[in-house]
Design a protein around this ligand. Structure first.
Ligand code: ADP
Length: 397
């Protein structure tokens, strides 16, 4: 019997991550998850994939070719792996920028695609890669409904001044605003928190998405009010390889005194800074830094924790206090040590961490009498994309 499926794609500069969900009525179950990595790099291109039980189903070299070849191979591989019993009903895509136009996912048409290309200069490192598979699939399978899900959309209802920057009005009018990112993750967390703690989810919540990219989002009643990320995903917290908020005078100094050109500056800000840079080039991986006794590694961790705690304080102001703090993404979900250190710096706000719950990675990691509840909730951006996609195609032919 043929099963209906939804393909979720998250395409970056060097990899295409994919998840196939089986769609039965309104329920979605992940079947395959993996990525084609090494695209556009010197290293060999590979496909790695796991099935729904997490067992490896592929770890193999992947043929070189155009973007179109890669996607065509991938879809053939998915069909072959599923014994040709899967009918792909739609594709859902992670698209970093929806600008001020989109506060919800949309079905992509040629006109929408044209519109989304306008945002390429606002997110040059992400948007072109996100749009490429949409264009390719539209050529390969013109009948396949494609849904664009935006990282910015969840932030579109934040308080108005949270979108502004202190530049002359003409730049604001040209789209230089604070958009906010990781919106699919925050939307998932807001929904999950409502299931876990419906009363407090209506209150003042800060979600900390601490992965290789890191940001925080302040919400009230599940609506985003402000975020640490702004015009680009370099702003805010210190991250794996990005510095986060930086005195703009430093950029001028680097251009004028250090004579960095724009490509070098871009590389510095996106790939060489953050945990990697401050640890003296040791690693952008928090696990390696936590295991290291190098003073530079320890300083990188201290800075990461300090900046995170400071941001919690700042975001609490935007929502007038705090009822719930949620940790998510790689570091937030898995590092009891980092959660402990961040919570220690904001304990004065009324956070009482339960050490046993924290180290065993329970969902709720604060004590029962903690005025502020603390949770560690695994995020699922792919599921969020699949849900939006399923909803939008519900009435489509
Ligand atoms: P991405 O933004 O690439 O999706 P993830 O959310 O998967 O990132 O987070 C990746 C990061 O999570 C890694 O770089 C690593 O620093 C961190 N991480 C993963 N597991 C742990 C762990 N057990 N302890 C500390 N950090 C971890």
């Amino acid at each position: 019997m043929t099963e209906e499926g939804i393909l979720v794609l998250n395409a970056g500069s060097s990899s295409v991550k994919f998840t196939v969900f089986a769609l039965a009525g309104r329920s979605l179950a992940p079947k395959l998850h993996g990525q084609v990595e090494g695209i556009g790099t010197g290293i060999t291109r590979r496909l790695v994939a796991r099935n729904r039980s997490g067992e490896p189903v592929a770890d193999e070299p992947w043929p070189s070719g155009t973007h179109q070849d890669i996607l065509q191979h991938l879809i053939n591989w998915i069909h072959a792996t599923e014994g040709n019993k899967l009918h792909l009903r739609a594709a859902g895509h992670r698209v970093v920028h929806g600008g001020m136009l989109h506060d919800a996912p949309v079905r992509v048409t040629p006109a929408i695609l044209e519109q989304l290309r306008v945002f390429v200069p606002l997110a040059p490192l992400h948007q072109p890669h996100n749009l490429a598979p949409i264009e390719t699939l539209a050529k390969l399978y013109p009948e396949l409904p494609q849904i664009a899900c935006f990282d910015t959309a969840f932030h579109r209802h934040k308080r108005p001044e949270a979108s502004l920057v202190g530049l002359p009005r003409r730049y604001l009018d040209a789209g230089i605003k604070r958009y906010g990112f990781h919106g699919l993750s925050y939307e998932y967390i807001a929904g999950r928190l409502t299931e876990l703690d419906p009363t407090r989810a209506k209150g003042r919540v800060i979600a900390a998405h601490l992965g290789s990219g890191a940001s925080m989002c302040a919400m009230k009643d599940g609506v985003a009010i402000d975020s640490s990320m702004g015009f680009t995903a370099v702003d805010g917290l210190m991250m794996g390889t990005r510095p986060g908020s930086l005195d703009p005078g430093i950029i001028l100094h680097l251009l004028q005194q250090e004579k960095l050109d724009v490509p070098a500056l871009e590389k510095l800000l996106y790939r060489e800074s953050g945990l990697l840079g401050v640890s003296g080039g040791l690693s952008n991986d928090m696990r390696i830094l936590l295991d290291s006794d190098s003073p530079a590694a320890q300083e990188a961790i201290d800075l990461f924790v300090y900046r995170a705690a400071k941001e919690i304080g700042a975001l609490a102001v935007t929502i007038g206090g705090l009822d719930v703090l949620v940790f998510t993404a790689g570091i937030g979900e898995r590092s009891a040590e980092i959660r402990k250190r961040i919570c220690a710096l904001v304990s004065w706000m009324g956070i009482k961490l339960d050490p046993a719950a924290n180290t065993t990675h329970a969902l709720r990691i604060s004590t029962d009498d903690s005025p502020i509840a603390v949770w560690a909730i695994p995020t699922d951006e792919e599921l969020m994309i699949a849900r939006h996609t399923a909803r939008l195609i519900e009435h489509a032919p």
